[in-house]
Design a protein. Structure first.
Length: 247
């Protein structure tokens, strides 16, 4: 009797197939995938679109934890064990297509398919490294540098392939939540980036490579990197005369 040859595991096929334990669904803008405090019983894979993870404090303040792009897994806390609750809320920023994988199904594949377990582990390690980089960025860099880094990450600079220079619509309030500052300061820095030619925005935000070069070579303006400059008003004749009497 001939030996049966096992077909190689196809990661791409696994992440698009609609079979028991895996279901692909379309979501509209602002639609919620899962909510903070809900039961964690599945892992999600973002096939297309952009999404975000937010957290709500006991005082009712909402903060954006991270933004998600196509190719990202999220909701992996469900693999921690039965009874685990969601720590964040996941929702769509743009129209999305998402693969929902039951916890039992993804654990089965991780155990049975070495190729997928390596792929998934690599993603988790990279996400951990980015989380650590986010913490270092928050602790040691100015608001301006944190904003620049966030825009570059959203544009996928540094990722394989050409960057998506036109990032999806995102409010200045969301950017402020992500970098830990106020909306007015984000507005100030965005206007400065635009005047310097680092970005262009008219409905959407287009990130130019010049912003990446400025960050890599530490050429962002150092003066007033953390807050807008308060300019003295232009001298008036009356003010000039008053000063002359004091000399």
């Amino acid at each position: 009797m001939g030996r049966v040859t096992r077909k190689p595991f196809d990661i791409v096929a696994f992440l698009v197939a609609k079979v028991p334990g895996r279901r692909s669904s379309n979501y509209t803008t602002k639609q919620i995938f899962f909510s903070q405090g809900g039961p964690a019983n599945s892992v999600f894979y973002l096939q297309t679109g952009r999404a975000k993870l937010t957290v709500l404090s006991k005082g009712g303040k909402e903060a954006t934890v991270t933004l998600l792009a196509a190719g990202d897994f999220f909701g992996e806390e469900s693999m921690a064990g039965a009874g685990t609750l969601r720590m964040v809320t996941a929702s769509a920023i743009t129209a999305c297509t998402v693969l929902k994988i039951a916890t039992a199904e993804i654990l089965r594949v991780l155990q049975a398919e070495h190729k997928f377990s390596t792929f998934f582990l690599k993603f988790i390690v990279i996400r951990g490294m980015r989380t650590q980089a986010d913490l270092i960025d928050q602790l040691f860099n100015s608001c301006e540098k944190r904003l620049a880094r966030t825009l570059l990450l959203m544009a996928e600079y540094g990722e394989p392939g050409a960057p998506e220079t036109l990032i999806p619509p995102v409010t200045q309030g969301t950017l402020a939540d992500m970098i830990g500052t106020t909306r007015s300061r984000v507005s100030f820095f965005m206007n400065r980036f635009r005047k310097l030619g680092y970005i262009h925005y008219n409905g959407g935000i287009r990130v130019h490579k010049s912003l990446l070069n400025a960050v890599l070579h530490d050429k962002l303006p150092e003066e007033n990197a953390s807050r807008p400059k308060l300019l003295d008003p232009a001298p008036s004749p009356a003010r000039t005369a008053k000063r002359a009497k004091l000399v």
